[in-house]
Design a protein around this ligand. Structure first.
Ligand SMILES: [Zn+2]
Length: 242
Protein backbone atom coordinates (compact mmCIF):
# COMPACT_ATOMS: atom_id res chain seq x y z
CA UNK A 1 0.00 0.00 0.00
CA UNK A 2 3.04 2.23 -0.23
CA UNK A 3 1.73 4.02 -3.34
CA UNK A 4 -1.51 4.91 -1.57
CA UNK A 5 0.35 6.42 1.35
CA UNK A 6 2.54 8.38 -1.06
CA UNK A 7 -0.50 9.64 -2.97
CA UNK A 8 -2.22 10.72 0.27
CA UNK A 9 0.89 12.49 1.46
CA UNK A 10 1.28 14.36 -1.83
CA UNK A 11 -2.33 15.51 -1.55
CA UNK A 12 -1.87 16.68 2.02
CA UNK A 13 1.16 18.73 0.98
CA UNK A 14 -0.65 20.18 -2.05
CA UNK A 15 -3.72 21.22 -0.10
CA UNK A 16 -2.36 22.29 3.24
CA UNK A 17 0.41 24.42 4.64
CA UNK A 18 1.56 25.27 8.11
CA UNK A 19 0.57 28.76 9.12
CA UNK A 20 3.78 30.77 9.51
CA UNK A 21 2.58 32.65 12.59
CA UNK A 22 1.45 29.41 14.25
CA UNK A 23 4.82 27.77 13.52
CA UNK A 24 6.61 30.71 15.08
CA UNK A 25 4.43 30.66 18.16
CA UNK A 26 4.60 26.88 18.60
CA UNK A 27 8.35 26.60 18.22
CA UNK A 28 9.25 29.68 20.22
CA UNK A 29 11.96 28.60 22.65
CA UNK A 30 12.78 25.43 20.65
CA UNK A 31 15.97 26.86 19.18
CA UNK A 32 17.45 23.49 18.31
CA UNK A 33 14.77 23.01 15.62
CA UNK A 34 15.97 23.82 12.11
CA UNK A 35 13.53 26.21 10.48
CA UNK A 36 13.45 24.36 7.18
CA UNK A 37 10.67 23.62 4.72
CA UNK A 38 11.54 19.94 5.07
CA UNK A 39 10.77 19.88 8.79
CA UNK A 40 7.57 21.88 8.29
CA UNK A 41 6.31 19.49 5.60
CA UNK A 42 7.11 16.47 7.71
CA UNK A 43 5.28 18.04 10.68
CA UNK A 44 2.28 18.66 8.42
CA UNK A 45 2.18 15.00 7.37
CA UNK A 46 2.66 13.95 10.98
CA UNK A 47 -0.37 16.05 11.99
CA UNK A 48 -2.41 14.48 9.17
CA UNK A 49 -1.51 10.90 10.13
CA UNK A 50 -1.46 11.02 13.92
CA UNK A 51 -4.36 11.57 16.27
CA UNK A 52 -4.07 13.78 19.33
CA UNK A 53 -6.29 13.51 22.35
CA UNK A 54 -6.28 15.35 25.65
CA UNK A 55 -6.55 13.51 28.95
CA UNK A 56 -8.01 14.80 32.22
CA UNK A 57 -10.09 17.34 30.32
CA UNK A 58 -7.14 18.98 28.56
CA UNK A 59 -8.09 20.78 25.34
CA UNK A 60 -5.17 20.17 22.97
CA UNK A 61 -4.63 23.39 21.01
CA UNK A 62 -3.12 23.73 17.53
CA UNK A 63 -0.09 25.30 19.15
CA UNK A 64 0.44 22.26 21.39
CA UNK A 65 -0.11 19.86 18.49
CA UNK A 66 2.43 21.64 16.33
CA UNK A 67 5.02 21.99 19.11
CA UNK A 68 4.84 18.23 19.66
CA UNK A 69 4.78 17.40 15.93
CA UNK A 70 7.77 19.59 15.11
CA UNK A 71 9.91 18.04 17.84
CA UNK A 72 8.72 14.51 17.10
CA UNK A 73 9.72 14.96 13.46
CA UNK A 74 13.27 16.10 14.19
CA UNK A 75 14.64 12.57 14.85
CA UNK A 76 13.01 11.25 11.65
CA UNK A 77 13.87 14.25 9.49
CA UNK A 78 16.22 12.09 7.36
CA UNK A 79 14.52 8.75 8.08
CA UNK A 80 10.95 9.46 7.03
CA UNK A 81 7.53 9.22 8.64
CA UNK A 82 7.24 5.47 8.05
CA UNK A 83 9.51 5.00 11.08
CA UNK A 84 6.45 6.02 13.11
CA UNK A 85 4.11 3.59 11.32
CA UNK A 86 1.83 1.07 13.01
CA UNK A 87 0.28 3.31 15.65
CA UNK A 88 -1.69 6.53 15.67
CA UNK A 89 -2.40 8.08 19.04
CA UNK A 90 -0.70 10.83 20.99
CA UNK A 91 -2.26 11.41 24.40
CA UNK A 92 -1.49 14.70 26.10
CA UNK A 93 -1.94 15.07 29.85
CA UNK A 94 -1.94 18.51 31.48
CA UNK A 95 0.82 17.43 33.88
CA UNK A 96 2.68 14.35 35.04
CA UNK A 97 0.44 11.32 35.21
CA UNK A 98 0.29 8.34 37.54
CA UNK A 99 0.49 4.78 36.26
CA UNK A 100 0.06 1.56 38.21
CA UNK A 101 3.00 -0.84 37.85
CA UNK A 102 2.94 -4.54 38.56
CA UNK A 103 5.81 -6.96 38.61
CA UNK A 104 6.26 -10.55 39.74
CA UNK A 105 9.71 -11.28 41.13
CA UNK A 106 11.69 -14.54 41.03
CA UNK A 107 10.13 -15.69 44.31
CA UNK A 108 6.68 -15.26 42.76
CA UNK A 109 5.89 -12.21 44.89
CA UNK A 110 3.72 -9.61 43.19
CA UNK A 111 4.92 -6.04 43.56
CA UNK A 112 2.65 -3.13 42.76
CA UNK A 113 3.51 0.51 42.87
CA UNK A 114 2.62 3.88 41.36
CA UNK A 115 4.91 5.83 39.05
CA UNK A 116 4.56 9.50 38.20
CA UNK A 117 5.60 9.94 34.59
CA UNK A 118 6.28 12.85 32.25
CA UNK A 119 5.90 10.60 29.23
CA UNK A 120 5.46 7.04 28.10
CA UNK A 121 5.75 5.18 24.80
CA UNK A 122 3.92 1.91 24.37
CA UNK A 123 4.97 -0.73 21.82
CA UNK A 124 2.38 -0.60 19.02
CA UNK A 125 0.37 1.92 21.05
CA UNK A 126 0.22 5.61 21.76
CA UNK A 127 2.81 8.07 22.94
CA UNK A 128 1.80 9.79 26.15
CA UNK A 129 3.15 13.24 26.97
CA UNK A 130 2.80 15.56 29.96
CA UNK A 131 2.28 19.01 28.49
CA UNK A 132 3.64 20.64 31.61
CA UNK A 133 6.91 18.73 31.22
CA UNK A 134 7.02 19.30 27.46
CA UNK A 135 6.51 23.05 27.77
CA UNK A 136 8.22 23.93 31.04
CA UNK A 137 10.88 21.42 32.09
CA UNK A 138 14.23 22.80 30.90
CA UNK A 139 16.16 19.67 31.89
CA UNK A 140 14.41 17.12 29.72
CA UNK A 141 12.95 16.97 26.24
CA UNK A 142 10.09 14.57 26.84
CA UNK A 143 8.95 14.66 23.19
CA UNK A 144 12.28 13.65 21.66
CA UNK A 145 12.73 11.16 24.52
CA UNK A 146 9.46 9.31 23.92
CA UNK A 147 9.82 9.31 20.15
CA UNK A 148 13.38 7.96 20.45
CA UNK A 149 11.80 5.07 22.40
CA UNK A 150 9.40 4.60 19.48
CA UNK A 151 12.35 4.28 17.08
CA UNK A 152 14.05 1.86 19.48
CA UNK A 153 10.85 -0.26 19.44
CA UNK A 154 10.70 -0.56 15.64
CA UNK A 155 12.62 -3.85 15.85
CA UNK A 156 10.81 -5.19 18.91
CA UNK A 157 11.60 -4.38 22.51
CA UNK A 158 13.01 -1.09 23.76
CA UNK A 159 16.57 -2.22 24.44
CA UNK A 160 18.67 0.71 23.30
CA UNK A 161 19.29 -0.87 19.91
CA UNK A 162 17.05 0.47 17.13
CA UNK A 163 17.25 -1.16 13.68
CA UNK A 164 20.55 0.01 12.22
CA UNK A 165 20.93 1.00 8.58
CA UNK A 166 22.84 -1.01 5.99
CA UNK A 167 26.50 -0.16 6.31
CA UNK A 168 26.31 0.42 10.07
CA UNK A 169 28.23 -1.96 12.31
CA UNK A 170 26.18 -3.36 15.22
CA UNK A 171 29.41 -4.18 17.09
CA UNK A 172 30.57 -0.57 16.94
CA UNK A 173 27.15 0.58 18.14
CA UNK A 174 27.16 -1.91 21.02
CA UNK A 175 30.74 -1.06 22.03
CA UNK A 176 30.16 2.71 21.96
CA UNK A 177 26.93 2.51 23.97
CA UNK A 178 28.19 -0.06 26.47
CA UNK A 179 31.27 1.98 27.32
CA UNK A 180 29.24 5.18 27.62
CA UNK A 181 26.50 3.56 29.69
CA UNK A 182 28.89 1.76 32.07
CA UNK A 183 30.94 4.92 32.54
CA UNK A 184 27.78 6.91 33.17
CA UNK A 185 26.49 4.47 35.80
CA UNK A 186 29.93 4.41 37.50
CA UNK A 187 30.10 8.21 37.62
CA UNK A 188 26.59 8.35 39.05
CA UNK A 189 27.47 5.81 41.75
CA UNK A 190 30.54 7.82 42.71
CA UNK A 191 28.38 10.91 43.00
CA UNK A 192 30.12 12.71 40.13
CA UNK A 193 28.38 15.26 37.97
CA UNK A 194 26.98 13.30 35.04
CA UNK A 195 25.77 16.14 32.76
CA UNK A 196 23.10 13.85 31.28
CA UNK A 197 19.86 13.29 33.19
CA UNK A 198 20.60 10.61 35.87
CA UNK A 199 17.47 8.82 34.67
CA UNK A 200 19.63 7.56 31.78
CA UNK A 201 21.14 5.01 34.23
CA UNK A 202 17.80 3.18 34.59
CA UNK A 203 18.31 0.97 31.53
CA UNK A 204 20.24 1.01 28.21
CA UNK A 205 16.97 1.97 26.49
CA UNK A 206 16.68 5.04 28.74
CA UNK A 207 20.31 5.91 28.04
CA UNK A 208 19.57 5.82 24.31
CA UNK A 209 16.48 8.05 24.74
CA UNK A 210 18.24 10.54 27.03
CA UNK A 211 21.36 10.83 24.88
CA UNK A 212 19.13 11.26 21.82
CA UNK A 213 17.63 14.32 23.54
CA UNK A 214 21.16 15.64 24.11
CA UNK A 215 22.22 14.80 20.53
CA UNK A 216 19.56 17.14 19.15
CA UNK A 217 19.44 19.80 21.88
CA UNK A 218 23.13 20.04 22.82
CA UNK A 219 24.99 18.41 19.93
CA UNK A 220 28.42 20.03 20.39
CA UNK A 221 28.56 19.01 24.07
CA UNK A 222 27.34 15.52 23.24
CA UNK A 223 30.05 15.13 20.58
CA UNK A 224 32.73 16.34 23.00
CA UNK A 225 31.65 14.14 25.91
CA UNK A 226 30.55 11.03 24.00
CA UNK A 227 32.38 11.08 20.64
CA UNK A 228 31.87 7.39 19.82
CA UNK A 229 28.15 7.49 20.68
CA UNK A 230 27.75 10.75 18.78
CA UNK A 231 29.26 9.09 15.71
CA UNK A 232 26.78 6.19 15.93
CA UNK A 233 23.80 8.52 16.46
CA UNK A 234 24.96 10.59 13.50
CA UNK A 235 24.88 7.47 11.33
CA UNK A 236 21.54 6.32 12.72
CA UNK A 237 19.67 9.64 12.54
CA UNK A 238 21.54 10.56 9.33
CA UNK A 239 22.07 14.03 10.79
CA UNK A 240 25.07 15.88 12.16
CA UNK A 241 23.49 18.62 14.30
CA UNK A 242 26.87 19.71 15.73
ZN1 LIG B 1 12.16 6.76 28.82
Amino acid sequence: MGWLTEWRRKRVLQRHAIDAALWKKSTRGLRFLPETEKLKQLALLFLAEKEFSGAHGLAVTDEMRLAIAAQACLPILELGLDWYAGWRGIVVYPGDFRVRRRDVDEAGVVHEWDDDLAGEAMPGGPVVISWDAAAHDPYINVVIHEFAHKLDMVNGAADGLPPLHAGMDARLWAAAFKEAYDGFCDALERGQDTWLDPYAAEHPSEFFAVISEAFFEHPAQTRRRYPAVYEQLKLFYRQDPA
